[in-house]
Design a protein around this ligand. Structure first.
Ligand code: SF4
Length: 111
């Protein structure tokens, strides 16, 4: 087998993996854009004190005792999706987008 044949085989194997992976990534990005925004009045959101603007966290609530200024969804370990987007998927609220400026009581720093 020549080097040229081997290179062609490697190229085709790489292409066979890369094209489906790229298609899945594009589909996920398109789906993320289609997701509804998490309603702060949703029972799950209320239970975790979710707010669309971290400056509105009810610090009188004991469940918000860990809140510190500067914490927001955009720098939480649970945030997903495109860096810098205003609304992004969150691992805690599947099927919904959360505000990058938001916060909930599950907030944890990115590793
Ligand atoms: S888990 Fe993190 S990203 Fe998700 S809503 Fe709570 S603070 Fe925001």
């Amino acid at each position: 087998m020549s080097d040229k044949q081997l290179s062609r085989r490697e190229f085709l194997q790489t292409l066979a993996v890369a094209v489906p992976a790229g298609t899945v990534m594009l589909q996920q990005a398109a789906r993320a854009d289609d997701l509804p925004h998490l309603d702060p009045s949703d029972p799950a959101a209320v239970a975790l004190l979710y707010v669309e603007d971290a400056s509105q966290v009810d610090t009188s609530n004991p469940m918000a005792a860990r809140y510190q200024p500067g914490q927001h969804c955009g720098n939480c370990a649970q945030i997903q999706g495109e860096e810098g987007a205003d609304w992004r998927p969150c691992g805690i609220f599947p099927g919904k987008l959360v505000s990058a400026k938001g916060w909930c009581s599950v907030w944890a720093p990115k590793p």
